[in-house]
Design a protein around this ligand. Structure first.
Ligand code: ADP
Ligand code: MG
Length: 535
């Protein structure tokens, strides 16, 4: 027998393969079931998990339900009530339209659907196993639908094996519920895992009220409301002001017509809008875009996580402008930013009543008019070096190495090296190619304290980052500043502290280190009075 002959796959096999594309883990099951419940007009949705969804996923809704005939069809592939002609795709307002989700879930699990399309009659149920319908019958239940998915991927053992820990899968499901709950604040959502209530979200009238369980109260205070209109697009949502940037995994959500999407264009537009205020930090944002369905192609990704807008350039400009405007308004109206500024320190110092005081050789305390400041000496020095490097790279003293360092780069890193070599030189990093992908470093900026591994990690970082001239200079400056700055745990003299503070306040942006972490914290007398119960 010729094993290379082309054959049609048996139905059961092709069904499983197709299902594997849409349904990859419990979170994707939950996503599809939530979308169906919302498409059915549900006002109350409950999600239940056992063992991270591995053993059981149950989504119950009080939507308009299905009749027995609908139910039979619902688990067939390409059975949908949401689309009749290809033309309809252009005016789509529902989440679903391919009619694939239930069939796919059925193919890779043991599925039970109970549903009722009316208040006053009995409902119906269907049981399927690996995509084969096993049982259909009547059942008493109120209007709405309950879908129970058990033994997910029992017939795709490899995929089942790829699932992560229960906690991890539960976390991914929580993310999904969070996204849809934020897109539908008028709907009551609940999430339970192994009997624990993880989320109970009663209907609210403002997105901000629903955000409470999802953002840290510190950040919440820094959220600015955003609104912008264009004939083709409208935008609303929230942005964190640059005083509340986060280093890792901040809440960043984009919805287009209430569909949570990943969009590089929107993402980059937001960062562009923040511009220099970001300093390598990450903003929290939550954007709701809406547009007429015909301006949107939702059919470019199997799980519809990406969509394409008719005019992506317009989208980019519209968003970055809206972000800039929103932040601009805030920056102008922030008294804090002004008050913390140069004046109190520069005019009152250098002879403040108590001088400067260093805590654990790491933080500097300085009195200001409204109270006192705590300066993180490393972050502050990083900021100073960073700005100095960008301002006058030609003044950076170089230090020739007695023993030049040879560094072997990967092919990718070497390509980056060739691109950035001359910029490196202008920062005082003197190098030359040695042989193959090996380079020799002959001089480094004085005081930069960089070793072979630092140089390597610099290149490794550059490989994955953008390499426009400005970004590159900033990255290099940031890396060099980080290496060169005084560390925590280093004792400083009065004169050194004073010089550090004066140089810091001469910076354009003294409040954050180049990675976006705060360099100064201010505690006011009011704060103290509160802590001591005086108010
Ligand atoms: P799609 O959502 O793309 O139409 P699905 O496979 O997700 O495809 O669902 C198939 C059909 O089953 C839907 O078009 C809808 O008519 C019906 N259906 C699924 N879930 C529900 C639900 N929770 N409530 C009411 N009808 C539902
Ligand atoms: Mg669907």
């Amino acid at each position: 027998m010729n094993v290379h002959r082309i054959r049609l796959l048996p139905e059961a096999v092709s069904r499983k393969l197709a299902a594997g594309e849409v349904i990859t883990r419990p979170a994707s099951v939950v996503k599809e079931l939530l979308e169906n419940a919302l498409d059915a007009g549900a006002r109350r949705i409950t999600v239940e998990l056992r063992a991270g969804g591995r053993n059981l996923i149950r989504v119950s809704d009080n939507g308009w339900g299905m009749t027995l005939d609908d139910l039979r069809l619902a688990v067939q592939r390409h059975a949908t009530s949401k689309l009749e002609t290809v033309e309809d795709l252009r005016h789509l307002t529902s989440y679903g339209f391919r009619g694939e989700a239930l069939a796919s879930i059925a193919a890779v699990s043991r599925l039970r659907i109970e549903t009722n399309a009316a208040e006053d009659t009995a409902g119906c149920f269907l049981v399927a196993d690996g995509g084969e319908v096993k049982e259909i019958g009547e059942v008493a239940r109120p209007r709405g639908t309950t879908v129970t998915v058990q033994a997910l991927f029992y017939n795709l053992p490899v995929r089942r094996g790829f699932l992560k820990s229960d906690n991890h899968e539960t976390r991914l499901v929580t993310e999904v519920v969070k996204e849809y709950a934020l897109a539908h604040i008028q709907v009551h959502f609940e999430l339970r895992a192994d009997g624990d209530e993880l989320l109970v979200l009663p209907p609210v009238s403002a997105v901000k009220d629903r955000l409470v369980p999802f953002v840290d109260p510190q950040v919440e205070q820094h959220l600015l409301q955003l609104n912008a209109q264009h004939p083709l697009l409208s935008l609303s949502g929230y942005l964190a002001d640059p005083f509340a940037l986060s280093g890792s995994y901040p809440l960043q959500l984009i919805f287009i017509n209430q569909r949570p999407v990943r969009s590089r264009v929107v993402m980059r537009a937001v960062y562009e809008g923040y511009g220099r205020t970001l300093h390598g930090g990450n903003p929290v944002f939550l954007l709701f875009l809406s547009t007429a369905p015909e301006n949107l192609d939702v059919n470019i990704h199997p799980t519809k996580q990406e969509v394409r807008f008719v005019d992506e350039r317009l989208l980019f400009d519209f968003i970055s402008e809206a972000v800039r405007k929103t932040l601009g308004v805030k920056l102008q109206s922030t008294v804090d930013y002004q008050e913390l500024a140069v004046a109190p320190l520069i005019t009152d110092s250098p002879t403040l009543p108590q001088g400067f005081w260093q805590l654990h050789d790491s933080f500097i305390f300085a009195q200001v008019q409204s109270g006192y400041c705590i300066i993180d000496q490393h972050a502050a020095h990083e900021r100073i070096l960073f700005e100095e490097l960008l301002r006058t790279p030609e003044h950076i003293p170089q230090q020739g190495l007695l023993f030049p360092l040879t560094v072997e780069l990967t092919a990718e890193e070497f390509a980056v090296y060739q691109e950035v070599n001359s910029i490196l030189a202008s920062f005082g990093v003197q190098t030359k190619p040695f042989s193959g992908q090996t380079i020799v470093i002959e001089a480094l900026p004085a005081g930069a304290n960089m070793g072979r591994d630092d140089v390597r990690s610099l290149f490794a970082e550059l490989v994955t980052s953008e390499r426009g001239e400005r970004t590159l200079r900033e990255r290099l400056a940031r890396a060099i500043a980080c290496k060169g700055a005084v560390k925590a745990g280093q004792r400083l003299s009065q004169t050194e502290m004073e010089s550090l503070i004066n140089r810091l306040f001469a910076c354009r942006e003294p409040f954050f280190c180049p990675h976006g972490r705060p360099a100064i914290i201010r505690i006011t007398l009011d704060d103290l009075a509160k802590r001591f119960g005086r108010t």
